[in-house]
Design a protein around this ligand. Structure first.
Ligand code: MF3
Ligand code: CO
Ligand code: CO
Length: 252
């Protein structure tokens, strides 16, 4: 099994710098989430702002991905490709940004409301956000393991009768976009590896209103719910430091 890389404080500093840029870009992209704005306009902003800031949009060209950001609207679970679609009142849109700054990646996403959300949409988005933050907190409990993350998220999700997507996971991150370990967001039968100092990884639960099952469209990227119901996701890049768990993708 490939190894989970342990990062030095200097490397974590690099990822934190990149994370601050990702967070700033994401906040600005979120402000664009209004009725009448196309997802392509948001992609243009993310690409231009990232490059102007001295960074590289990590998604552009990654395994052939055609755009600079993923925007997943309503029943799109993940990897939505920006296009001429115009956001409308009542939509929910996950914007997922990964940048490379000075050789290091940082990755974060948020689900935004367009105009006024319906009650079911707002409960789903709030729950997926709560899943992320409770899972982050669990990383600094004594003897925390990666399998604790899925247990917590699965528990919260069940209280709301929602489901956890199984086909996509969080990941180690650093010089590479996706490293070991795979961070699973659903309950495991066996304990996972220990969460240890120097590890840097993402947690990015995708929570569905109905079935957890997804299918990928013929573009090879866009993953949608099989039942057409809503999906929401939140993501941060975190580091395990001597002081506990630190979110690296925050505005500063
Ligand atoms: N940002 C996504 C993640 O959280 C990965 C997007 S890969 C892309 O891991 F190619 F679609 F951009
Ligand atoms: Co991401
Ligand atoms: Co990620």
């Amino acid at each position: 099994m490939p190894k989970i890389l342990i990062k030095t404080p200097k490397e974590i500093e690099r990822i934190r710098d990149c994370g601050a840029l990702v967070a700033e870009t994401l906040a600005k992209a979120g402000e664009m989430c209004k009725p009448g704005v196309s997802t392509q306009e948001i992609d243009d902003f993310v690409r231009e702002f990232t490059i102007k800031s001295g960074a590289i949009p990590a998604c552009l060209g990654y395994k052939g991905y055609p755009k600079s950001v993923c925007i997943s609207v309503n029943d799109v679970v993940t990897h939505g490709i920006p296009d001429s679609y115009v956001l409308k009142d009542g939509d929910i849109a996950n914007i997922d940004i990964t940048s490379i700054l000075n050789g290091y990646h940082a990755d974060s996403s948020e689900t935004f409301f367009i105009g006024k959300p319906a009650k079911n949409a707002s409960e789903l988005v709030d729950t997926s956000r709560q899943c992320l933050f409770e899972a982050i907190k669990a990383c600094e409990l004594p003897n925390a393991r990666f399998s604790d993350i899925g247990a917590i998220i699965n528990g919260i999700t069940e209280e709301h009768d929602f489901s956890v997507v199984r086909d996509y996971c969080g990941h180690g991150i650093g010089r590479a976009f996706h490293e070991e370990p795979q961070v699973l967001h659903y309950r495991q039968r066996f304990p996972g590896p220990k969460i240890e100092q120097g590890m840097v990884f993402t947690i990015e639960p995708m929570i569905n209103e109905g079935s957890y099952k997804v299918k990928v469209l013929s573009d090879g990227w866009t993953a949608v719910t099989v039942d057409g119901k809503l999906s929401a996701q939140w993501e941060h890049t975190v580091a395990i430091t001597p002081h506990g768990v630190e979110i690296l993708t925050l505005v500063r």
